[in-house]
Design a protein around this ligand. Sequence first.
Ligand SMILES: [Ca+2]
Ligand SMILES: [Ca+2]
Ligand SMILES: [Ca+2]
Length: 308
Amino acid sequence: MKTERFVIIAITILTIALSFAFLSYTAVGLSSTGTTFDANVSIANVQNLFGLEFELGYNTACLDLIKATPRPPWGQYLILKNYINDAEGTYRLSMVGIAPTPPFDGDTVLATLTFRRTDIGEDNIYLTETSLADFDVEPIPHIAEGCGIYAISVHDVAVTHIIGIPRSAVQGAPINVEVTVKNQGNFPETFDVTVYADRDKTVIGDEIIVGKHTESDLPAKTREVIHFTWDTTGAPYGAYWLSAEASVVPDETDVNDNFLKAAEWIGGIYPPKEVRDRTDLMVKITSMLIVVSLIFTGTVELKKNWFP
Ligand SMILES: [Ca+2]
Ligand SMILES: [Ca+2]
Ligand SMILES: [Ca+2]
């Protein structure tokens, strides 16, 4: 699915790109003279890179961009835009990897640009627009300085879903609990997942711990469904809310989504049949006693009235 999605996006962008390619690629005049030099557009500290686009500006009053050499960091790739606009003093590059080539991790040069100096003045070469995408076409946070792109480290895990099956059980029977967690950051993460059953949301600390699990090295941008079995032996009768918590990983700042609070309602843990039967019998006996007592009391009262 991921591959198909990227290929569809890539083909769409390519179609648009090709329709403008003839107009947009501006040949540089050969009349300029002077020294030439290379500048690299580089990226650092990136994880899971699978697509990127940037625009670079330069001082066209004193520089001509005479050659741009994209350096895709993937084995198989598509270059969607590769335009020099020397009148505006801009260069735009857009490229994506093609599966099954793996996403890129680390530092690399993305393009080498050859400039010719045409006049005295400041070179002033800088990135104006940058966007990076990972394998899931999700944006990769980063900053740009000069000709360098620096990915920002994100550590973020989250609990995204919880469900309990069946919705109720006789005390002692198992309830299966499925918890979905996601690594929303860009590094593999190891963290603990704890599931709670709670009879009273207003009281903190009365929760039953249904189960604990350590999720090891969950890759960046991936989900995992974790299965727990709630052994309801000894669980007090009643209805419960299920919730799940992922422990906070080092350098994580978005911690609100680590706890999916009271997300799933379990209709009840019920007594076993023999207890219910015994209870029913007790209720019947008690009811009868109350009735008898009422009749007796009522009779006395009536008799009092009858015989003042
Ligand atoms: Ca509680
Ligand atoms: Ca998050
Ligand atoms: Ca989080």
